[in-house]
Design a protein around this ligand. Structure first.
Ligand code: PMP
Length: 282
């Protein structure tokens, strides 16, 4: 299995990261996860452009272009003979003696990438998943795909401890997003999801879902919605690169609708699948 470190393709067992890498010490960097279907990346451009924007938002101009990264990742897929799976990549502000202040701009960033073979989440997409509610305790720049994920992982662990798949976060009365997914509700046939502001990560899957809905006359509304609206929704789904469009059938032990995935969620899953087929031919 090959990985990329700073443009080199090396065996994973030979990969070394310096212990003073700022990604390791401070979580000082940004990342992306791209889905691979049929050996082809899905929405790679969107993910890589978001990586550039995340970098800019933390004052780190990423030293590769979108095309350069795309070419490296394509080669990695090929070297690892990846058919269905994910590519993880992260860029940190580089290696420097530990100091909170940014190092000089001539310090090289650390770019790493690796692949993982995974199937589509067929069962969860078919049956739906259970969730819990947790207060969103994260910082106020959730639009940045930052390496700092403590708030997210603590939320996810609460879900796991409760025997659930995902934690739905809320800031007071307002539902924000999952620990690693966006949340949408459906009420009277309309898809409602939190606006893409600083309180959520603007998921590439979320954007694709909104696009296919708009193109297929499914009404969408990007606005804040309350816990009460969540609890009284007809349907709920989460979206994300690895979960695709997964229906939520239970929140904190309470059934959503009749406790099975609803018709609109099913339709959106189909439209999303079509988008994958169009781009990746599978
Ligand atoms: N929100 C958070 C907090 C995430 O970590 C993710 C990524 N899994 C998403 C939303 C969904 O983003 P995307 O569709 O780009 O994977």
């Amino acid at each position: 299995e090959y990985v990329i470190i700073n443009g080199d393709f090396i065996n994973r067992s030979d990969a070394k990261i310096d212990m003073e890498d700022r990604g390791y010490q401070f979580g000082d960097g940004v990342y992306e996860v791209i889905r691979v279907y049929n050996g082809k990346m899905f929405t790679a451009k969107e993910h890589l452009e978001r990586l550039m924007v995340s970098g800019k938002k933390i004052g780190m101009e990423i030293s590769y272009s979108v095309q350069e990264i795309k070419d490296m990742l394509t080669e990695l897929i090929s070297k690892n003979q990846l058919t269905h799976g994910t590519i993880y990549m992260q860029v940190s502000r580089g290696i420097a003696p530990r100091n909170h202040a940014y190092p000089a701009t001539d310090v090289a960033q650390t770019f790493v990438a690796n692949t993982k073979s995974v199937d589509r989440p067929a069962r969860n997409m078919e049956k739906g998943v259970n969730t819990i509610l947790v207060e969103d305790i994260r910082w106020l720049l959730c639009d940045i795909k930052s390496l700092n994920l403590l708030g997210n992982i603590m939320a996810k662990q609460k879900a796991v401890d409760a025997g659930c798949f995902e934690a739905i976060q809320h800031r007071g009365d307002i539902v924000t997003e999952g620990s690693s997914s966006n949340v949408s509700i459906i009420k009277d046939g309309k898809v409602i999801t939190h606006p893409a502001d600083n309180l959520i990560l603007n998921g590439i899957t979320r954007q694709k879902v909104l696009e296919v809905c708009r193109n297929n006359n499914i009404p969408v509304e990007e606005r804040e919605f309350s816990l009460e609206e969540l609890k009284s929704a007809d349907e709920i789904f989460i979206s994300g690169t690895t979960v695709e469009v997964t229906p939520i059938i239970e929140i904190a032990g309470e059934k959503v609708g009749d406790g099975t995935p609803g018709a609109v969620s099913r339709q959106i899953q189909e439209l999303f699948k079509k988008a994958i087929e169009e781009e990746c031919g599978c």
